[in-house]
Structure formats: C-alpha cells, structure tokens
Design a protein around this ligand. Structure first.
Ligand code: 13P
Ligand code: SF4
Length: 312
C-alpha cells in the first residue's frame, strides 16, 4: 500500500488552505511538522488575538479544545475546526463548572479572574480572563483592596500572589504536564550543566520556579532564549517549544526536564493528539467543528474581550 509522505500531506494542506480561505493557528506545543505549516505560531494570548483579527473564513486550530473554543467565541461567524476533538486539557478539566459555581458562592464579594486554560462555562462565570503572559497586568488592574478568586491553576495563581503581594483565593487545579516536573531532576540537570540557565513556565510548581533564572509564557521563554547571552538552557515546560528554540538559536543547547527516566521529553498528551494527517482531514471534511450556543458565546466573550482590551 502506498504511504503518503508528510511532504505530500503538507502540499494538500496548502492547497486546501488557499481554496477554502482558511488560516492555520498553532500553539508551540504542537508537533514540529504542524508548526512548520502553520500561518501563525504563538502563545495563548497571541493565538486569541490572531483568531479575533483574521479575515479567513475558516480557522483551523492546531491546539487544544479550550483554545479553539476561545477562537470561536471571539469570531463566532467563522467556522473553527479542531483536528482532534479529544484534544482536551487536564488543567481545564480540573475545574468543573458546577463545583466552581459553588466555590464562587462561598466567596461573595470576590472578583473572579480565570486563566484562559478553562472551559467556556468557566469563562462565563468569570469577570476577566488572563493568560500566562498578561496575568500580572490583569490582576494589577484590580484595586488592592479587591478580594479575588483565581482559577483554575494554583501554581500560576501562587506565583502571581508572590510577585504582586496579593492574597488571591486559589482554585486547586494544575496542569499534569507542568505539575509533574520533579525538582530532583531540575537539581540534577543544574549540577550537570552549571553553565546553563533554567527557564520555566509559571504552570510549574513553586519549588521549580524558585530555582529559575527566568519565568514566562511560551513566547516569553522563546524570546528570552534568543536574546540572552547564555549558550545553554534547561527548559522546564512542554517539549514542543524546543522546535522554535532550536530553529531560532541553532548554536545554543536546549535541555528539556524529562517527565520520567524513560524519555528525554515532557509531552502534553492532548496537544500531541493532533497530527498532520488529522489536520489535513479536518480541512478536507470541514470537521470536527467547534459549535457553541449564542448564549455561551455572549457570556464567555465578555471576560475574554475585557482581557484583550486590558492587554492592548
Ligand atoms: P502559554 O502558551 O500561554 O504560555 O500557555 C501554555 C499552556 O499550557 C498552553 O496550554
Ligand atoms: Fe493543558 Fe497542560 Fe497540556 Fe497546556 S500543557 S494543554 S495546560 S494539559
């Protein structure tokens, strides 16, 4: 049986993109061959800004469900496709709407700030959304005396509490990919590579962040690795980011903190569900498509738009 090469699939994708006036938005955690064919690669904030401003009729979202959902909310008249509908997020799943509603009721007088890694239902219960690149700015837009609930990531929330001196009430959620990073592994790699800088995503636990030379969103980590004079970096986040780091700085060395002894990677199983072939099929068949009720689009859209206004 004839197997189709990635190059052939890429050619078909490019043709479909033109024929259907589609745009491919990809997160940095996607496999390299998807990143290489995307029109735009970015962190969660940049991807939502792009989803809002694009002229394309179809947005093909190479990322996870909450990202594609956000794109649909910001561009409700466009068709938004997600190559694999099973591409969820453990952090988003750690915050079920019914339980969160009760949590809010238990904390009257609190404003609700939710990290973008949550479902549309959680967004609809929130006053404003944030991402890892604008969380400090969004939190600081509230008066100091304002009581705040921060959800769903306790690690990011704890980090923001630390640097802003606030005492936000944190929902007890986390990302299985970042939360699993072991401090022993980080210390071992630091000893093995004393000349390397440790860069970490704020979804990591506090013990890891305390050791880091730089903390930031995926785009911020990438930019730091380009601009910093160091030639070696220990990277505490998801492996996908290494593709752009290596492309941008081919002479520098990047060491990912491994998830276990068996591999030298730290892959998000949900992000990695998308493949080039699934991307092609989703464009050809125009499904799976993200569909949301008008009420949910309206309710979840207002806190997202508020974030975009505060970020511009
Ligand atoms: P950013 O791309 O905003 O840094 O978020 C990382 C992440 O975990 C996406 O799921
Ligand atoms: Fe969710 Fe973590 Fe995967 Fe990002 S890396 S999509 S937060 S499970």
């Amino acid at each position: 049986m004839k197997t189709i090469s990635n190059q052939d699939i890429a050619g078909k994708i490019l043709k479909l993109k033109k024929d259907k006036n589609a745009i491919i938005l990809a997160h940095y955690y996607q496999v390299p061959e998807i990143q290489d064919i995307a029109d735009f690669i970015g962190d969660s904030l940049q991807l939502s800004q792009n989803a809002r401003s694009t002229d394309a009729e179809i947005i093909v979202f190479a990322g996870v469900h909450f990202m594609a959902e956000t794109a649909k909310i910001l561009s409700p008249h466009k068709r938004v496709l997600l190559p694999d509908l099973e591409a969820g997020c453990s952090l988003a799943d750690s915050c079920p709407p019914e339980a969160f509603k009760k949590f809010i009721e238990q904390h009257p007088e609190h404003a609700v700030i939710s990290y973008i890694n949550c479902s549309a239902e959680i967004k609809a219960l929130s006053d404003v959304i944030c991402t890892s690149s604008n969380a400090v700015k969004i939190v600081e837009s509230f008066p100091r005396e304002q009581k705040i609930i921060f959800a769903p990531d306790k690690n990011l929330g704890g980090y923001i509490n630390q640097i802003t001196g606030r005492n936000m009430v944190l929902w007890n959620g986390s990302c299985e990919v970042h939360d699993i990073i072991k401090v022993e592994e980080v210390i071992r790699l630091k000893k093995e590579h004393p000349d390397a800088k440790l860069i970490a995503h704020p979804e990591c636990r506090n013990v890891i962040l305390q050791l880091a030379d730089f903390i930031g969103s995926t785009t911020a980590l990438l930019n730091y690795s380009i601009k910093d004079s160091s030639g070696k970096f220990i990277v505490a986040t998801e492996s996908g980011i290494l593709h752009q780091m290596k492309k941008s700085s081919p002479d520098k060395e990047f060491i990912i903190v491994p998830m276990n002894e068996k591999c030298s990677c730290n892959d998000c199983p949900y992000m990695k569900l998308n493949t080039l072939e699934k991307l092609y099929l989703s464009m050809k068949n125009e499904k799976p498509e993200i569909l949301l009720s008008a009420e949910l689009i309206e309710a979840a859209g207002s806190p997202i738009r508020k974030m975009l206004e505060l970020s511009s």
